[in-house]
Design a binder for this molecule. Structure first.
Ligand code: ZN
Length: 113
């Protein structure tokens, strides 16, 4: 499961931060996840609950900020919100675009105790 490896990756980041700041445990964590990051939120929460018992992230407060996907049309330069992977520009109908945001998956902040 793809979501499980993401959770394990976040755990690795948290462990690294704890080591760096000589903390014991993570109290709260904030993630930023793009709507086009390819993450199934149900599967993510399932993986999160499954992977964390006994780890430094156990019982920490999880906050997820969802980031809307935005694309810039390569034809006319119009910027628009992407609701699906292949979406025509609402201004000119072109499918040529570059995604500006929406694929991110990052740890925004960690509260360490
Ligand atoms: Zn356009």
């Amino acid at each position: 499961m793809h979501e499980l490896s993401i959770v394990l990756n976040i755990l690795e980041i948290a462990e690294h931060q704890l080591k760096e700041h000589a903390g014991n445990k993570v109290d709260a964590i904030e993630l930023e996840i793009g709507t086009m990051a390819g993450i199934e939120m149900d599967a993510f929460h399932f993986a999160w609950d499954a992977a964390l018992p006994g780890s430094v992230l156990e019982r920490c407060k999880l906050t997820i900020h969802s980031v809307d996907a935005k694309a810039l049309c390569s034809e006319c330069g119009y910027m628009y919100r992407m609701l699906e992977h292949y979406m025509a520009c609402p201004a000119c109908g072109s499918f040529r675009n570059s995604m500006i945001q929406g694929k991110e998956l990052k740890v925004n902040s960690l509260e360490i105790i």
